[in-house]
Design a protein around this ligand. Structure first.
Ligand SMILES: C[S@@+](CC[C@H](N)C(=O)[O-])C[C@H]1O[C@@H](n2cnc3c(N)ncnc32)[C@H](O)[C@@H]1O
Length: 372
């Protein structure tokens, strides 16, 4: 969920994007970046009832690692603002790297040339659903994923054409209706993964894995998380192990838990690749894991849940676990505040916001809670 940003915003900058106003992707481009930060900081501070500093992105544009462009009605773009059934054909997109932006019009042309049927998001019919890009900034490696609605599709010429444009070209299938750009991988041309450096470590990124989206600010945010880590540390909702591995030197040992087997496979690969041995990764639902956990009480528990936040049952288990400190990383201030109210015996010691999503009403929070 986004921050509660007012519907009408003041104008203090000229939006660089010709699609601004129409495209639902960015809605704050008419504000200078300083004003965006000030607004977000004020809202977050009010919500948390304390002064929360906000760390801005080194560049307010060209920061995004992943974008899911919708390929509906022969267009390649994002949903129209306030109209989920219409897609804005993007000629430019300024929150991704120019290498990616330049590719979009070419893909639009090729879809037309090769007569590929775009997906109809109103009737749920058609072939090509998404053109997803994942760009690793540190290596400048690009992965493109064509997501189709079934295996019965004629995207071969597009897959072939894209091989000269990206280090990794993937075809995946998502047959369920709804808004999911993660599909079952059918074929990969070129590299199976691309590599991004975070705090000097190498991390593999696969077509469906989770990865933080602002690669210009990720190091700074992870430094803040690592700063709070002490002793035996649980990294719950660990994704591909990025936070745990970044904190491994500071911790005595790390135990990471994540529900998606693909993410854990990469976490183990990432540990090996970086020669880190004081880590263990478990594939499990974090709620289930904590319910049956009988090992040592961790000194630190890191939780970085999805937008839905923590389940009430999970919070009760966390209360009983009674770790000295909890580092709660959140992308949703609403669920964060709800969860905080249910955590018993903990005091909010430090909170820092990170503007991982400039031009949009989103932000990330890193907070330290200590047992009273
Ligand atoms: C916001 S991401 C954080 C990932 C990781 N900490 C990082 O920074 O790269 C949330 C992660 O939680 C995982 N997840 C969602 N529900 C879960 C659950 N019930 N138990 C364990 N992991 C879950 C998702 O697959 C995703 O990788």
């Amino acid at each position: 969920m986004a921050l509660p940003i007012p519907e009408t915003l003041p104008t203090s900058a000229t939006p660089p994007c010709p699609h601004f106003g129409e495209c639902g992707g960015c809605r704050m481009q008419m504000m200078s970046y300083e004003d965006q930060l000030e607004l977000k900081q004020g809202i977050i501070s009010q919500l948390l009832e304390r002064e929360v500093p906000i760390i801005g992105s080194p560049d307010a544009y060209y920061y995004r690692h992943r974008m899911d462009y919708i390929t509906a009605f022969g267009k390649v773009g994002l949903r129209k603002r306030g109209d989920g059934k219409t897609v804005v054909n993007l000629g430019e997109c300024h929150i991704v790297q120019p290498r990616v932006s330049k590719l979009i019009p070419k893909v639009q042309q090729w879809i037309e040339d090769f007569n590929i049927r775009g997906y109809n998001i109103v009737t749920n019919r058609g072939d090509l659903r998404y053109f997803t890009i994942r760009h690793a900034l540190s290596s400048d490696e690009l992965m493109v994923v064509l997501v189709t609605s079934s295996t019965e599709t004629a995207i071969e010429p597009l897959l072939e054409r894209l091989q000269g444009e990206a280090e990794s070209v993937v075809w995946s299938v998502q047959s369920r209706t709804g808004d999911d750009s993660h599909g079952e991988v059918q074929r990969i041309y070129g590299q199976e993964t691309i590599t991004q450096k975070v705090l000097g470590l190498d991390f593999a990124i696969s077509p469906n894995c989770f990865f933080q989206n602002n690669l210009l600010l990720i190091d700074r945010m992870f430094e803040e998380i690592v700063k709070h880590v002490r002793g035996f540390t649980m990294d719950l909702f660990c994704g591909t192990g990025t936070i745990g591995l970044a904190a491994a030197e500071q911790a005595e040992r790390i135990l990471g838990v994540e529900v998606e087997p693909e993410n854990i496979r990469l976490a183990l690969e990432n540990a090996q690749r970086n020669g880190i041995s004081n880590v263990e990764f478990v594939t499990d639902n974090a709620n289930h894991f904590l319910a049956f956990y009988e090992g040592d009480v961790p000194d630190t528990v890191i939780v970085d849940p999805p937008r839905s936040g923590l389940a009430p049952k999970f919070i009760r288990k966390l209360n009983r676990l009674n770790a000295e400190r909890i580092v709660y990383v959140s992308c949703n201030p609403k669920t964060y505040l709800d969860d905080l109210r249910q955590l018993e015996g903990y005091e909010l010691k430090e909170a820092t916001a990170f503007d991982m999503f400039p031009q949009t009403p989103h932000a990330e929070l890193v907070t330290l809670l200590e047992r009273r």
